[in-house]
Ligand binder design. Structure first.
Ligand SMILES: [Zn+2]
Length: 291
């Protein structure tokens, strides 16, 4: 194998860390997944141990997707998210332990990068991506490049959809993350007559069979997301809106139940991500070639 023929992608989540060897064409050559423990030292140790298992003589670089805000230029984690890694110089740490070039970015930016390189966004230059999971992440591409603005552009989960809504992790109220994330869906199910174990797939199946409760619940979940998507398009001029993350495909299906505004202001194509849950680790690997 050629030197620099593969790179290491890390998708760090609040629950699991996935690390993979990725080829230049974005194929997963080998992949491991570990549970993320509690505590800063234990979290740093699991990152170190799992990345070292993926280093080979062919490794070109390392990139890590972080589930929170990061300073891409200095490679520092700015917010902890669900982790205890605030202010850690993650890129420097990865460089030190692997001896390879290393960068960090948000998990959403790297997921969008993967979709732009080998997934649903190939051929598009103006893109807004919402990643629907425990929370809602966001990423923007403009002119075919990831858009960082002053450093942390793309927090699309924090578009306000309800002035008097629930309080949000960002310090405000009524962000779309509080109404249309996986967490929000769980709360809607818990407050409904449906069984607490109901999954989104069950809801979609019930809805197709004409179940009114399921239909109302899915519309309630997705109507605020439609507002946020329209707002993002009006502001950014995106031609493609991508729904990614663990719930991206389900959200894409459920969003079709919400009537679309027919004003020409909100003209865009909308797709579900093609790479699903693998987008983060693939995007990190592809980004690592340019670290
Ligand atoms: Zn918020």
């Amino acid at each position: 194998m050629d030197k620099n023929s593969e790179a290491i992608g890390i998708d760090l989540g609040g629950t699991n860390i996935r690390v993979a060897r990725i080829s230049r064409s974005g194929q997963i050559l080998e992949r491991i997944q570990e549970h993320v423990p509690r505590g800063r030292d234990a979290q740093l140790a699991i990152i170190r141990d799992s990345v070292l298992r993926m280093v080979t003589p062919q490794s070109a670089g390392v990139a890590l997707g972080f589930p929170g805000r990061v300073d891409v230029r200095s490679g520092v984690a700015l917010t902890a998210g669900y982790l205890e890694l605030k202010d850690v110089t993650l890129a420097a740490m990865l460089r030190e332990i692997t001896g390879l070039p290393a960068v960090i970015d948000t998990d959403a930016n790297l997921a969008l990068w993967a979709e732009m390189k080998i997934g649903a966004a190939v051929g598009y230059d103006e893109i807004a991506m919402f990643t629907i999971g425990t929370g809602i992440g966001g990423a923007i591409a403009s002119d075919g490049k990831l858009y960082y603005g002053g450093g942390n552009a793309g927090q699309l989960g924090h578009i306000t959809v309800d002035l008097h809504g629930k309080s949000c992790n960002c310090g405000r109220r009524g962000c779309v993350e509080t109404t249309s994330s996986g967490t929000a869906l769980g709360e809607l199910i818990a407050a409904s007559p449906l069984a607490a174990t109901t999954r989104v797939e069950d809801l979609l199946a019930l809805q197709k069979n004409g179940d009114r409760t399921a239909n109302e619940l899915l519309v309630q979940w997705m109507a605020p997301l439609r507002l946020a998507v329209d707002t993002a398009v009006a502001v950014l001029g995106s031609k493609l809106v991508l729904l990614g993350g663990g719930l991206g495909k389900a959200a894409f299906e459920a969003l079709t139940l919400v009537t679309r505004c027919d004003s020409p202001w909100f003209t865009y194509e909308i797709k579900a991500g093609e790479l699903g849950d693998h987008a983060g680790v693939i995007g990190a690997g592809l980004r690592a070639f340019e670290a």
